[in-house]
Design a protein around this ligand. Structure first.
Ligand code: PGA
Length: 271
């Protein structure tokens, strides 16, 4: 029986200095043996730009290290921005694009996310594309319309041959952060199945099923394993609960426990 490969990642947002990032990463490396030698599992950490190299130095490839954002241009007069060549030079394992906080606080549009996805792929970077409806969309029952728009625009022009490099994170805006509440399993199952159907329309089913679809938004040890019981979900994207390496590992541990693994699907997904 093939078990699908699970991804467990954390975006630190605007947290952690270089010293703090180094200490976290060392502790994470120390804790990783407790997770077992599981080839069907991949951890990733997305620090602020300033700490990427420090984290990579500690990780030495044991977990992936990503960037939180990127500009769509290769270079130019964009003060404060970071380009794809800059990230490629650092050999980051992925670049997160279109997080709800980028959309909310920095007016990041679907078409901006699309340009970033196109540039990331052109530079051989793996885009982790975040999509998800806001509370008002859910209230009016238009979450599918919002997600379809986000997915179709973000991935417009992506060739099926490149689409296998994508990772999608479903992160409803209303579930993220201090004021958020974790989504119910049935909701996550329906929406992630819908995302998979959109990917199938765009790229065909073989490619669509090779694209990991993660869930993120107020994930804790309480609900992590439960969220993975739906075979559409290929992993978890954790914020606050992973700001501490112990609790990040606890989240992963409860998901890898035999009972949880038994309950999750049998489809093979290899990012
Ligand atoms: P949270 O963040 O787990 O703190 O809600 C999730 C995210 O923004 O990815």
């Amino acid at each position: 029986m093939n078990q699908k490969r699970l991804l467990f990642g954390t975006n630190w947002k605007m947290h952690k200095t270089v010293d703090e990032a180094t200490a976290y990463s060392k502790r994470l490396v120390d804790l990783m043996p407790q997770l077992g030698t599981n080839n069907n599992m991949q951890l990733f950490v997305i620090p602020p730009f300033t700490a990427i190299q420090a984290v990579q130095q500690v990780s030495q490839g044991r977990f992936w290290v990503g960037a939180q954002n990127m500009h769509w241009s290769e270079w130019g007069p964009f003060t404060g921005e970071i380009s794809a060549p800059m990230l490629r030079e650092l050999s980051v394992d992925l670049v997160e694009l279109g997080h709800a906080e980028r959309r909310q606080h920095f007016n990041e549009t679907d078409s901006a996310v699309n340009r970033k996805v196109e540039t990331a792929l052109r530079f051989g970077l793996r885009p982790l594309v975040c999509v998800g409806e806001e509370a008002a969309d859910k209230e009016y029952g238009v979450e599918r319309e919002t997600i379809a728009r986000q997915v179709k625009i973000a991935l417009n022009g992506v060739k099926p041959a490149d689409a296998g490099n994508l990772i999608i994170a479903y992160e409803p805006g209303w579930a993220i952060g201090d004021t958020g509440t974790v989504a119910e399993v049935e909701w996550v199952r329906d929406v992630t199945a819908f995302i998979r159907a959109l990917l199938t329309d765009l790229f065909g089913s073989e490619v669509a099923f090779s694209i990991p679809v993660l869930y993120g938004g107020s994930v804790t040890t309480q609900d992590a394993a439960q969220l993975l019981t739906t075979s559409e979900v290929d992993g978890l994207f954790v914020g606050r609960a992973a700001l501490d390496p112990e609790s990040f590992c606890e989240v992963v541990k409860v998901c890898l426990a035999p009972a949880a693994r038994h309950a999750s699907g049998t489809q093979t997904v290899s990012p």
